[in-house]
Design a protein around this ligand. Structure first.
Ligand code: MN
Length: 342
């Protein structure tokens, strides 16, 4: 734990930044930290630098609207401060803060709070990096609560709402394995402040655009099961994308949704990029190693989620992928049988 009040004592200017392409955890952590520091050091100037982010975060995270997003012709964030006394890096190391990096390098002191291990964790003069934490917002919560000594009260409804939004984002609304008993205790403490958390969950996590819903519906409707229902696949062609006015980002979540089909061990989603060229997204239940299947086609990823690009007709692509998947399933069954005989 860090004593942030002591670390930032006598600082007149404090800069804050999260990572590029900010998500709910980055925006929530920055907003909560800025509000807390403004309360703790009313004389200090506190600025948050941020790239643009989703409208749903702007609506649901109090204080996000006052982040400095504007840059001058040289690509430098617009601020009258030439050198900050301190700089706080949230939800990443200093390598991923984009345009704010010059302020960070020039700052008198840097503080890094993060829950990632890779990407240069602990790149501040003072670090609070906890890989087991669900989110950076969880850590910012701990920092703020630890600062509330001698009757001081910094947590308020706006700060609580910002932190809750970040935790919801990084835990998939408390569903992922990064949720700990502590995460739930913190969330329980935060909702006491009385903000509209059902709306946050809906708008920040579940809500999709009409186009996204339409293309998802089409993908599910046209999905086909093979290998005795153990594998499911679906192809979205360019003409379908054009019909709905869908972009690549609108296809996010389709492979995961296919994977939620009962009995399915591997889901394959193909997006036609150009004639005879498909982007493949694969999800599995772990019995099939998605990364292994995709690496054969020059792709990669994780055990349960991977991708690649295949140049072929979609029928050939599906046939080839299905063969690899079937081989892995048979291998799994064989080793199970072996174990039984032992
Ligand atoms: Mn995060």
């Amino acid at each position: 734990m860090i004593d942030i009040l002591r670390e930032l004592e006598n600082c007149e200017t404090i800069g804050i930044s999260g990572h590029e392409r900010p998500d709910g955890d980055a925006v929530g952590a920055c907003a909560a930290m800025a509000r807390f520091l403004a309360k703790a050091f009313p004389e200090a100037r506190v600025d948050v630098f941020s790239e643009s982010f989703a409208d749903s975060l702007m609506r649901n995270i109090p204080g996000a609207a006052s982040f400095i997003q504007e840059k001058d012709e040289d690509g430098r964030y617009v601020t009258p401060v030439s050198r900050y006394d301190a700089f706080v890096i949230l939800d990443c190391g200093r390598g991923r803060i984009g345009g704010a990096v010059d302020f960070c390098e020039a700052a008198g002191k840097t503080i890094n709070i993060d829950h990632h291990v890779s990407q240069g964790a602990g790149s501040g003069d003072v670090n609070y990096v906890v890989p087991t934490a669900s989110s950076t917002c969880e850590l910012v919560y701990e920092v703020i609560r630890a600062a509330e000594q001698d009757g001081k009260q910094f947590m308020d409804r706006e700060t609580a709402q910002a932190l809750y939004t970040g935790i919801v984002t990084d835990t998939g609304v408390f569903r992922y394995s990064n949720v700990s008993p502590r995460t739930m205790e913190i969330a329980g403490d935060l909702i006491r402040f009385g903000f509209d958390f059902p709306t946050i969950c809906r708008e920040v996590f579940f809500e999709k655009t009409y186009v996204q819903q339409q293309i998802m519906g089409r993908a599910l409707l046209e999905s086909i099961r093979i290998l005795d229902g153990q594998c499911i696949f679906c192809v979205i062609e360019r003409k379908t994308m054009a019909f709905y006015g869908a972009k690549s980002v609108d296809l996010e979540g389709i492979a995961s949704q296919l994977m939620l089909t009962e009995g399915v061990k591997a889901a394959v989603f193909l997006q036609e990029l150009e004639p005879l060229r498909f982007r493949v997204s694969m999800r599995t239940n772990g019995e099939v190693n998605a990364a292994e299947v995709c690496s054969f086609y020059g792709g990669g990823g994780h055990d349960r989620a991977a991708g690649c690009t295949i140049s072929a007709t979609w029928r050939d692509a599906v046939n080839n992928l299905a063969q690899s998947i079937e081989m892995q399933l048979k291998k799994g069954e064989a080793s199970l049988e072996e174990n039984r005989q032992i």
